[in-house]
Ligand binder design. Structure first.
Ligand code: GTP
Ligand code: MG
Length: 345
C-alpha cells in the first residue's frame, strides 16, 4: 500500500438501489466473480467492500479510460442491500461514499428504495450517476458483450431504440421530479451538477466500460477538490461486521475511509456498553477484486491506507458493534479519542 505524502486516497463508490435491481450483479461483472450465488435467496444482507485496482478498471473500460490520465490507485466499491428492511445499512453505505452509483432496473423504474437512496445521497451531498440496468431485457435487444453502450445502442433496431428511450426518459423524468437535472450520460458535460444516466447490463456487460469511465472521471475531479485528505494521518473507519475468524478469535471487518492503520496501533472501537480500547494484533487484507463479505483467504499486512476494506484482529472485540466507529489513537490523547468514538455512537 502506497502511503507516501502525495498518495491520493482511493475513492469510495457506494452502489445503492431498490432490491433486485442488480447492484451485486453489476459488481460481480466488474470483479469477474459470482458473489450473488452465495447469497441466501440472492438478497444482500450486509454491506460489502471490494477493491478494484486501476489496471482492472482501465482494462474493462478499454478505450474509454486511459490509465495515464488518472493518479487514483483504483476504486473501493461498497455494495449495499436494497431490501426495504435494511434502511440503516443503506444510510451507512451512503455515508461512507465519495461518489455513488444508483442502480435502477430499466423495466421497473423508480421504486421505494430508489427514492430512499436518492434522499440519502441528497442529504450527504454525494455526487452520483444512474446505472439504468438490465437493458438486455428490453424485448428485441441484440446483445453486444462487454461493449461500450453507444455503439451497442446505435446498432439496435429503431423500434428497440425507441423502447429503450421511453424507459430512459421515464427515469430522467423521475430524477427531474426529485429536483435533479439529468440526461443520457453521453450528453452530460458537468457530472457534478447533472446526473448522467448510463444504460447498462450486468448480464452482458454492455455499458460497464462507460460506467467505469464516468466513475473515474467523477472521482478524479472529486478527489482533486478534496486534496486535504491525508492518508498518512491516524486511521478512521466504520465497522461493517463483527466476525469470528479461525486462529484470530473475534475480528471486525471495517471500511477504513481516512488515514492509515498499522499492526500494533492502539485503536478505539465502539462497543455495546462502552468504547473498547485495544491493540491491533493483525491486519487481514482481502485479495484485490475479492468481496470482503465472502473472502476466505486474507493476506496479513503491516499497514493499510484509506480507503480499504480490511479485517482487523485484536483482543476484546466481542462487544464491538456493526456500524460503530473505529479510530487509531496515534500520538493523540487517548481520552480525547475515546470521547470522539463515544460521540459517534
Ligand atoms: P439486493 O442486494 O437484494 O438489493 O439485490 P441486487 O440489487 O444486488 O440484485 P442482484 O444483483 O441480486 O440481481 C437480482 C436479479 O436480477 C438476479 O437474478 C440477477 O441475475 C438479475 N439481473 C441483475 N442484473 C441483470 C441484467 O443486467 N440483466 C438481466 N437479464 N438480469 C439481471
Ligand atoms: Mg445485492
Amino acid at each position: 500500500t502506497d502511503t507516501s505524502a502525495d498518495a491520493l486516497r482511493t475513492p469510495i463508490v457506494a452502489v445503492l438501489g431498490h432490491v433486485d435491481h442488480g447492484k451485486t450483479s453489476l459488481l460481480d461483472k466488474i470483479r469477474g466473480s459470482a458473489v450473488i450465488e452465495g447469497e441466501a435467496g440472492a438478497i444482500t444482507q450486509h454491506i460489502g467492500a471490494t477493491a478494484v485496482p486501476l489496471d482492472v478498471v482501465s482494462d474493462m473500460a478499454g478505450e474509454l479510460v486511459d490509465p495515464d490520465d488518472f493518479d487514483l490507485p483504483g476504486l473501493l466499491f461498497i455494495d449495499t442491500p436494497g431490501h426495504h428492511s435494511f434502511t440503516t445499512l443503506r444510510s451507512r453505505g451512503g455515508a461512507l461514499a465519495d461518489i455513488a452509483v444508483l442502480v435502477v432496473d430499466v423495466n421497473d423504474g423508480f421504486q421505494p428504495q430508489t427514492l430512499e437512496a436518492i434522499n440519502i445521497l441528497q442529504n450527504t451531498q454525494t455526487p452520483f450517476i444512474v446505472a439504468a440496468n438490465k437493458v438486455d431485457t428490453v424485448p428485441g435487444w441484440n446483445p453486444n458483450e462487454d461493449s461500450p453502450i453507444k455503439p451497442s445502442y446505435d446498432a439496435q433496431s429503431d423500434r428497440v431504440r425507441g423502447d429503450v428511450d421511453d424507459r430512459l426518459y421515464s427515469i430522467i423524468g423521475e430524477l427531474s421530479d426529485q429536483g435533479f437535472s439529468a440526461d443520457m450520460y453521453w450528453r452530460v458535460q458537468d457530472f457534478q451538477n447533472n446526473i448522467g444516466v448510463v444504460p447498462v447490463s450486468a448480464m452482458t456487460g454492455e455499458g460497464v466500460p462507460d460506467l467505469l469511465a464516468v466513475m473515474m472521471g467523477l472521482s478524479q475531479r472529486y478527489m482533486k477538490e478534496e486534496m486535504a485528505i491525508d492518508v498518512d494521518g491516524p486511521g478512521v473507519g466504520t465497522v461493517l461486521e463483527v466476525k469470528e475468524e479461525r486462529g484470530f478469535g473475534t475480528t471486525v471487518d471495517i471500511v477504513l475511509y481516512d488515514g492509515t492503520i498499522h499492526e500494533d496501533d492502539t485503536i478505539v472501537v465502539g462497543g455495546e456498553n462502552k468504547p473498547i480500547v485495544t491493540d491491533v494484533r493483525a491486519l487481514l487484507q482481502p485479495r484485490p477484486l475479492a468481496e470482503i463479505r465472502t473472502e476466505s483467504r486474507f493476506e496479513q499486512v503491516d499497514s493499510v491506507g484509506a480507503a480499504a476494506g480490511i479485517k482487523v484482529a485484536a483482543p476484546d472485540l466481542d462487544e464491538a458493534m456493526a456500524g460503530a466507529p473505529i479510530r487509531v489513537v496515534g500520538d493523540r490523547d487517548l481520552d480525547a479519542v475515546i470521547e470522539e468514538v463515544r460521540a459517534e455512537l
